[in-house]
Design a protein around this ligand. Structure first.
Ligand code: ADP
Ligand code: ASP
Ligand code: MG
Length: 604
């Protein structure tokens, strides 16, 4: 019999009436012949209240005690939900993380799930119970209570679905599904009938708080379809999964991270191993780094800029300072009131000019871009925090995202039909061709790499000392796109001292055209020094868990430094890490990475 995991977020169990309604949904699913596991969050904003309570006592609560405290919220919910089911004539069994057998590592407040022992849950399901599971929590090897990080109940739910296959996972929340952007920020956001795992992962990592990004990693790894719908109505929701017919839209959604910090290490000696020294110290503090930009070397010294979430800023700054001292770098610069806007789309790389259009849109709105990074399916820009919402809205409109959801729903009403719960788990499994083996006992949150590929046909173009003002990137990339030149990776650094640097890659056969175009532009308007490196190769590491496992970036930089490979440009995303190296060092670099990651590399 198929298992349905139904997750209910905080607002969905905020009071006893809502708890009754949630219980009814579980009873309905059970009466349709499914075995039901409910995964329940703490009521309403109760986790926030617990955090505030701790803050009244101390600025630095021991993380083990924090987990002891925060895990209580979910325990309240499961007890009440179970009582409601009993009162309604059903059979329910409430369980904490440890009773569920959710084993985690020992990183308090951000633990990762190792394994889930499915036996006790199965036993209760087989005897006709609805299992009411505490989300967000587990137990470490020493028996300590752990939590998975804020918003982590989604991850508990998908992990339980993975352990109890064949299964499907339904996320009940306070909005009708996955929208093209946060509907509370952009009122005209449209609901998407479906979105791929890869896009949802990038969006979640870039601020789309509707799903905890690690839950999508598990969904992608195990091919578990996830359906997001509202607790309070019967409206159709959104499917998250990737299948042969997944739409490859140039842009599927936009996201905003409000509280970011930018850190720049100045005057870094441009030698192999510099990036390792900086990022390994940060990774050891379990901080995920984003938007890494290393500009073209000047007098043998470079600047390395990156962003972290503001909550990680003080840990990051102390690690960066230690690294700067060790390297003999000239100093650190940082900025705290910055926000990140990202657009994500599976078909982005097939559609020239997407990045240019985003830059133009921001220029038209008079918004200055502080930093840029792009990967195959994502463009992220850093802007001043005060510009953030206007920037998001402008970009959302420019790509027509307000109309996207409705247009697709009209074109394919079946998706919404499927979402009503009418589709059977078996049909879905067949459609997705997923394997339905029992995987309890597997490390559900482990990192896995599909491939470490080498693209050897690229060249790198750099423009140094560009004016740090609105419209520059728009002009440059607008004209490049108009000339039919395809740009791949783009980075723009922080513009410390009022001058920024832009680096990007083009196909090698288009390099001369590109440089000629830029020189022509220079004659007409001041650009900045243009340099190029013809023989560059891009190494792409593709997989799941590349950013959430902070040691991966550390291992990558280590392996390249040990192989004496100098890295010209880097970008990281949830599903891809791209590294540019000299063409003559590329094979050596690829071999070093394959050796380093042999334990997690499952593809070529
Ligand atoms: P829950 O408590 O149910 O887990 P969350 O507050 O964690 O709910 O997530 C739901 C919220 O996510 C919505 O209320 C919405 O404001 C926000 N959100 C952010 N981005 C998106 C998006 N792209 N689509 C839908 N909701 C989004
Ligand atoms: N209650 C936890 C939180 O508020 C977990 C969750 O809701 O997903 O972060
Ligand atoms: Mg949530």
């Amino acid at each position: 019999m198929a298992v349905i995991v139904q997750k209910f977020g905080g607002t969905s169990v905020a009071d006893t009436a809502k708890i009754r309604a949630a219980a009814q949904r579980a009873l309905d699913a059970q009466s349709q012949g499914h075995q039901v596991v409910m995964v329940v969050s703490a009521m309403g904003k109760s986790t926030d209240r617990l955090v505030d309570l701790a803050a009244e006592l101390t600025e630095t609560p021991p993380s083990r005690d924090m987990d002891m405290l925060l895990s209580t919220g979910e325990q309240v919910s499961v007890a009440l939900v179970s009582m409601a089911i009993h009162e309604m004539g059903g059979k329910a069994f409430s369980m904490t993380g440890s009773q569920l057998g959710i084993a985690t590592d020992s990183h308090h407040t951000k633990a990762k799930i190792l394994t889930i022992a499915g036996d006790r849950i199965r036993e209760k399901l087989d005897s006709g119970h609805i299992v009411v599971a505490c989300g967000f929590q587990g137990i470490d090897p020493e028996g300590n209570i752990t939590t998975l990080g804020r918003g982590g109940s989604d991850t508990s739910a998908v992990a339980l679905a993975a352990a109890l296959r064949p299964s499907q996972c339904i996320i009940h929340t306070d909005v009708d599904g996955v929208y093209t952007t946060d509907p509370r920020v952009a009122k005209d956001a449209s609901k998407l009938p479906e979105i791929s795992f890869e896009e949802m992962l990038e969006l979640a990592g870039m601020g789309a708080g509707v799903m905890h990004s690690r839950s999508i990693e598990i969904g992608k790894r195990y091919g578990i379809p996830i359906y997001v719908r509202c607790s309070f109505n019967e409206n159709p929701g959104s499917w998250i999964y990737t299948h042969p017919g997944t739409p490859r839209r140039p842009v599927s959604g936009a996201a905003l991270l409000r509280n970011e910090s930018r850190v720049t290490v100045l005057g870094v000696p441009d030698v192999p191993g510099a990036a390792r020294t900086i990022f390994s110290g940060i990774a050891k503090k379990n901080v995920a780094v984003d938007m890494i930009v290393q500009n073209a070397s000047d007098d043998g010294r470079t600047e390395i800029s990156f962003t972290v979430q503001k909550g990680d800023f003080s840990d990051t700054l102390s690690a960066a300072k230690a690294a700067a001292d060790e390297l003999g770098a000239s100093g650190i610069d940082f900025e705290n009131d910055v926000a990140k806007i990202s657009i994500v789309g599976l078909g982005m790389a097939d559609t020239p000019g997407v990045a240019a259009k985003m830059f133009q849109t921001l220029a038209d709105a008079g918004i200055n871009i502080l930093m840029i990074t792009t990967s195959e399916i994502k463009v992220s820009v850093l802007v001043a925090k005060t510009d953030a919402e206007q920037a998001l809205q402008a970009v959302h409109s420019a790509f027509g995202l307000h109309e996207l959801g409705a247009a697709e729903a009209d074109a394919n009403p079946d998706y919404f039909q499927a979402g009503s719960g009418a589709v059977s788990v078996d049909d879905l499994a067949k459609e997705l061709d997923t394997d339905t083996a029992d995987r309890s006992g597997e490390h559900v949150e482990q990192v896995s790499m599909d491939a470490i590929r080498l693209h050897d046909g690229q060249s790198l173009v750099s423009i140094a000392g560009v004016p740090d003002e609105p419209g520059f990137a728009a002009r440059v990339f607008g004209q490049i796109a108009a000339a039919g030149i395809n740009v791949d990776m783009i980075v723009q650094d922080a513009g410390v001292g009022g001058k920024a640097n832009i680096g990007f890659t083009v196909e090698r056969e288009q390099l001369d055209d590109c440089v000629a175009l830029l020189e022509k532009m220079t004659a007409e308007q001041s650009l900045g020094a243009i340099t190029s490196r013809r023989e560059i190769a891009k190494l792409s590491v593709a997989g799941v868990g590349l950013r959430s496992h902070t040691d991966i970036a550390d291992r990558l930089f280590n392996a390249l430094a040990n192989a004496q490979v100098n890295v010209a440009l880097i970008n990281t995303s949830e599903v891809l890490i791209n590294v540019l190296v000299s063409l003559n060092e590329a094979e050596k670099a690829q071999a070093a990475l394959k050796q380093e990651f042999a334990d997690v590399l499952i593809g070529d």
